[in-house]
Design a protein. Sequence first.
Length: 275
Amino acid sequence: MGGIDFLKGHGTQNDFVLLPDPAGRLELTEARVAALCDRRRGLGADGVLRVVRAAALDEPSAGEWFMDYRNADGSIAEMCGNGVRVFARYLVDAGLASVGEFVVGTRAGDRPVVVHPDRSVTVHMGPATITGTSVTVVAGRPFSGVAVDVGNPHLVSLLDDDVAELDLREQPDFDHDVFPHGVNLEFINCLGEGALRMRVHERGVGETRACGTGTVAAVAAAFHLAGTDTGRSTVDLPGGRVEVTVSRGASTLSGPAEIVARGEIDEGWWAAAGS
């Protein structure tokens, strides 16, 4: 019996279904993505990474491979830092790229990556741009935040209270005029010089164990509030620890990437999920 190949992977427990589709032949509908990511009726994930050649999608990229990323609700997203790490790890494991540096295409632009011999991955994330301030409301409590663009929109709130006490089960409110296409919401504590703790409510997903672009936004915002725009910091998340560097016009994200399973999606299930 035939099926559709898939893999399951995670970066600091931000988990993804990977769909190898070099020629771009899969009909990846919003309904199918949502079904795949459903943790009861599908495989369960925070998002889907389609592995496709940039040329097959007619996407401009200096790299051969394009990360077609979808949120868990099926919506198309520009970028995912943890997803890029898992994507790069898969390319190396599959023999489609070599250990070392290469380029991955994304909707936020090309992202150079370095897959290290231990299969951890460093991603050049591009600029983290401070774009203003806004407010989010969690369970009726307002928090001011710094708006940051990392190829996708973020609002970072620095808290004195322990972020572990926040109730992020429901979608926090935010200013829809400022973020008409939604926003990723990060809540951080400073643990000391060069160390942050973070929780995140991701646009189109909900609370996740980690968010790669969110960690870059968090570090950029923390440094901005401290009166600088350059530095290095660890970020502790529910899913693990990453390291972020930011400077004027550039940032990097380094952390683990794991492939945990592979198999086939039943073609009958795939057909039904798309209807």
